[in-house]
Design a protein around this ligand. Structure first.
Ligand code: GLC
Length: 582
């Protein structure tokens, strides 16, 4: 084929596939309110490369490993993959400390592997969203090496420095520092540098336009390769109030308020949009977006031309287990956000990611008796809410927290540094370790469980993090064979979401608001009304929705062979989706 024709056909194909498929279906009338976009209709699957599949036996997952499993990924029915950072990094924070933004981390492979991965994904109709980690770099990035070398180096202002002759800088809290102090003294130039995360993650100075344009350039590098979007890591912290005011008392109760959404953040996002996003058909999502629905709207209001969507953290940051804060509060949070976004803007829906424990261990019940049924119930929730579902690898199997007993099992800078800090203060280390069994991020980072062979089929070497011993029973191979498995139920849910615009764009209405056990809501679009009933407990639970359901049709139930809805009672962790008929 002549190159010019080939290229025309190729762009036509791209145009076609990036448009909203629902909008193409003329039988569905869309209103301005729910302005259709492909990224609203997409289901995103998150892959933590380090733990997905190792191809070369070094115990670390890699890009070739992902390539070898793309048919599995495709079989889930998902539309896009978000990959945690795969760039060169000394791995102080597992790749969230980047020392070269244009190279692939050696553990994960080469740029050729990346190009092949992208090609193979696109071949299968899967889009690729990359992590963009630019609130900070690694201290081993060339920019920082230069910056710290002398006060008049041309990279000095790429980071935030405080000269020691001015005394100690005004206190700033750090997420990962052993002493929770975000300023680190550096003898080379007798100055302190700022790091909101670990000491090896110095914060970039976004006030400096050179930094911003370096970042835009780097973003172009990846977009021109053909990637389909960015997940903006910790970007809400990028703009700092460089007058460095003292923090008010009690600041630690609302860190985001004092650290997030600095004075120029939205200017930077608008500039980034003008310079980069507006030139590509991609999706962009903010990790964290202030501390209220109003804050979040500022990031994603289409009129402001910043980002496409945001995660809010209110629903995952409210406690160790759903039992601690209660379902009524939980429903209130989701309903409040939905209300604020019902006319414009867009959110993502997620229950887990690489910074969280496993979904079923936190919001469901991971005992042998209820693990499967409660995993299915939670997946039903994620797939039937308004917002783009982000689904974390392993949750489709109902993987659970590993609950390490010893600090030696942990690799995570967050857990380890908090442990050291506490030890230095003579704190309760056993209590801390008990807590980590519920909250540690590594609960959700254990290797993917492919089969019941050694190391769950993840690696032929020694896995970088212990494999959960339950892999003998919880694994892909076993679940493929079982039509009622968590995995096969997840696939059904994805299919349902894909073919049912009501689940994507339909209005959400909460029912039976004060019910402490059941989450009930309707989704409604163009006269079609779906009812979702979810029992979040291990008991039979009554509900009252005040809607006649006699003629309704069951579309999906997580208990097999349900023929009819019990009018007033749900079984333990039952999840039902019905189409209401008059
Ligand atoms: C984000 C990432 C987290 C990382 C932190 C610092 O919260 O999700 O894993 O540790 O940013 O980059």
């Amino acid at each position: 084929m002549k190159p010019i024709i080939k290229s025309f056909l190729f762009s036509a194909l791209i145009l076609f596939t990036t448009e909203s498929t629902i909008a193409q279906n003329m039988s569905v009338k869309m209103t301005q309110k729910n302005d259709p976009k492909w990224w609203k209709e997409a289901v995103v699957y998150q892959i933590y490369t380090r733990s997905f599949k190792d191809s070369d036996g070094d115990g670390v997952g890699d890009l070739k490993g992902i390539i070898s499993k793309l048919d599995y990924v495709k079989s889930l029915g998902i539309d896009a993959v978000w990959l945690n950072p795969i760039y060169t990094s000394p791995n102080d924070d597992n790749g969230y400390d980047i020392s070269n933004y244009r190279e692939i981390m050696k553990d994960f492979g080469t740029m050729e592997d990346f190009d092949l991965l992208l090609k193979e994904m696109h071949k299968r109709g899967i889009k690729l969203v990359m992590d963009l980690v630019v609130n900070h770099s690694s201290d081993e990035h060339e920019w920082f090496k230069q910056s710290r070398s002398s006060r008049d180096n041309k990279y000095r202002d790429y980071y935030h420095w405080w000269p020691a002759e001015k005394g100690k800088p005004p206190y700033r809290w750090s997420f990962f520092d052993v002493n929770s102090d975000a300023w680190k003294y550096d003898g080379q130039t007798n100055s302190y540098y700022l790091h909101y995360f670990s000491q090896k993650q110095p914060d970039l100075n976004w006030e400096n336009p050179k930094v911003r344009y370096e970042v835009y350039d780097m973003m172009k590098f990846w977009l021109d390769k053909g990637i389909d979007g960015f997940r903006m890591d910790a970007f809400q912290f990028a703009s700092k109030d460089t007058t460095w005011p003292e923090l008010p008392k009690g600041y630690e109760k609302n860190i985001i308020k004092y650290y997030g959404v600095g004075p120029h953040l939205h200017e930077y996002l608008q500039e980034m949009n003008r310079e980069i996003f507006s030139k590509y058909d991609i999706m962009t999502v903010a990790e964290g977006a202030g501390s209220s629905p109003e804050d979040a709207m500022q990031f994603v209001d289409p009129d402001r031309k910043e980002l496409n969507m945001a995660y809010h953290f209110e629903s995952v940051d409210i406690g160790k287990h759903l039992k601690d804060f209660g379902l009524v509060k939980y429903k209130e949070i989701f309903s409040r956000y939905d209300e604020a976004f019902k006319d414009k803007g867009w959110l993502s829906i997620f229950l887990a990611n690489h910074d969280q424990p496993r979904m079923v261990s936190k919001f469901g019940n991971d005992t042998t008796e209820f693990r499967e049924i409660s995993s299915k119930m939670l997946s039903t929730f994620v797939m039937t809410m308004r917002g783009t579902p982000y689904y974390y690898y392993g949750d489709e199997l109902g993987m659970v927290n590993i609950r390490f007993n010893s600090i030696d099992d942990y690799h995570d800078v967050d857990t380890r540094n908090k442990y050291i800090g506490l030890k230095n203060k003579g704190g309760d280390l056993n209590g801390f370790l008990e807590g980590q069994k519920q909250t540690s991020r590594e609960n959700g980072r254990t290797p993917f469980q492919w089969d019941d062979t050694q190391n769950a089929g993840f690696t032929s070497g020694k896995p970088w993090l212990k494999v959960n011993p339950n892999y003998k029973t919880i694994n892909v191979e076993a679940q493929e064979k079982d039509p009622n498995s968590v995995l096969n139920y997840f696939r059904k849910l994805v299919q349902l979401r894909k073919k049912e615009p009501t689940l994507v764009y339909g209005n959400y209405t909460l029912l039976d608001k004060e019910n402490p056990n059941v989450y009930a809501y309707t989704r409604e679009l163009n006269g079609k009304k779906l009812l979702v009933l979810l029992n979040f407990t291990d008991k039979n639970s009554p509900y009252k929705i005040g809607i006649p359901v006699a003629k309704s049709k069951i579309i999906l139930d997580n208990y097999p062979n349900t023929k009819q809805l019990n009018n007033s009672m749900l079984r333990p962790y039952e999840a039902i989706v019905l189409e209401l008929k008059k």
